[in-house]
Design a protein around this ligand. Structure first.
Ligand SMILES: [Ca+2]
Length: 412
């Protein structure tokens, strides 16, 4: 077992481990561990709580707390690596028999290194000697797992060409407005039925493997919120304001998928109009509004067109403002179907469980029957531009809240 097959897992600033690489991989892929690594474009790597970097963190903590393996009785020097490495891959041996659990894990500095807890000395050791190893392995593993949000080198132009006609219902007609308590209302734009290519071509810069391009049919027209749901709208319906940023016309954030669906149910009860979250296919179809490029703005996007991390560029785009907060909805031009902020501002919950796309054509796809994570789309104020692409997908626990996550509604 090579020495670098040993990982140290950081949770709330506390090093836990060592574990084998295979074990950690298994835990991450099964969603039982939260990742704490983010990878920056400049090849920097930094440790950060997953909650602070949702698009770089791998997964949120799952409902079931993971077992944290017991540390070795003597946790210092290279002997630790050899010892831990010898426990073997696949979660066997010592690694799989730990007793500390997430949420009840031992804190560093307890000085009880012979009873399965970390001593200050061992903590120093891990930070001092193995952090570098941890970061190095992090880079390769997380990149390999397609979860680091790391763009490929260079940006080839998108050569995807034009897409089929989106349909025959003209945009701008038959807008709907659903009155809410307190004088608020939800404005919805008509979205025509049609067929489109969902996902991204292999040539699209910044794409991920789960964006497999395929034909998707939207068989019925529907209406979609012109804007992300605002804080004023949320407050009018739910009586609360969970947002970290404050402003009536700012999108509501720090709402989970469960919160968002509760909002939809409540609006439906109050108004008699059937309001729900869009499916992932509906969201992308409406975002594209007939375009087949990486963004509905074309081959690239700029900070004057959407609210995202303008310190970074996509393709031939230019740097610009990184506002580091949400913007009032509708601050930027809408797409061809009159929808604003489909790229950036807040990620938007979709109704689907996350899963792989179907191999062939799909009609009104709704995602897997079950799953562990719900889908978010469009990127947020904190996102790199490539995470805001029309085909970009993100997924997380449906109970997870973040100040970059919001939603918009659709109505049949
Ligand atoms: Ca958005």
């Amino acid at each position: 077992m090579p020495r670098d097959d040993v990982w140290f897992y950081q949770l709330d600033g506390v090093m836990l481990g060592p574990v084998t690489l295979a074990w950690l991989k298994e835990q991450i892929l099964s969603g039982r561990l939260a990742a704490t690594v983010r990878v920056r474009r400049e090849d920097e790597m930094a440790l950060a709580p997953a909650a602070e970097s949702p698009e770089f963190g791998l997964r949120p903590p799952s409902v079931q707390p993971p077992l944290i393996p017991s540390p070795p009785a003597r946790s210092e020097g290279p002997a630790v690596s050899r010892e831990a490495g010898a426990t073997g891959a696949g979660g066997g041996g010592r690694v799989g028999t730990g007793t500390a659990k997430l949420g009840g894990h031992p804190r560093a500095g307890t000085g009880r290194n012979s009873t399965g807890h970390w001593s200050r000395r061992s903590e120093k050791h891990f930070l001092g000697f193995y952090l570098g190893i941890f970061l190095l392995i992090s880079f390769f593993l997380f990149s390999g797992l397609r979860l680091a949000g790391y763009p490929p080198a260079g940006y080839a132009p998108n050569d995807s060409g034009a897409w089929p006609s989106p349909g025959n219902a003209p945009a701008g007609r038959n807008r709907e407005e659903i009155p809410l308590p307190g004088g608020e209302s939800l404005k919805l734009a008509p979205i025509p039925a049609g067929t489109f290519s969902m996902g991204s071509p292999g040539s699209e810069s910044g794409r991920r493997d789960d964006e497999v391009q395929h034909e998707a049919v939207i068989s019925r027209p529907f209406h979609m919120g012109v804007h992300e749901v605002t804080q004023a709208q949320w407050r009018a319906v739910m009586g609360t304001n969970p947002g970290r940023f404050e402003g009536d016309r700012l999108p509501v954030e720090q709402v989970s998928w469960e919160d968002a669906t509760a909002f939809c149910r409540r609006v439906s009860e109050l108004t008699g109009r059937r309001v729900r979250l869009p499916t992932e296919a509906e969201w992308e179809y409406a975002c594209r509004a007939g375009t087949g490029t990486a963004f509905n703005t074309g081959e690239t996007i700029g900070p004057h067109q959407a609210n995202y991390n303008g310190d970074h560029v996509y393709g031939e785009g230019a740097k610009g403002a990184y506002r580091q907060e949400t913007a009032e909805v509708g601050s930027f031009p809408g797409n061809a179907w009159g929808l604003h902020d489909m790229h950036g501002n807040v990620w938007e919950w979709c109704s689907d469980w996350y899963g792989g796309y179907p191999a062939g054509s799909a009609s009104d796809p709704k995602g897997p029957e079950s799953g562990a994570y719900r889908v978010l789309r469009g990127g947020g104020w904190h996102s790199f531009p490539w995470s805001c692409r029309s085909a970009s997908r993100y997924m997380i626990d449906p109970g997870y809240r973040n100040h970059g996550f919001g939603f918009r509604v659709v109505m049949d």
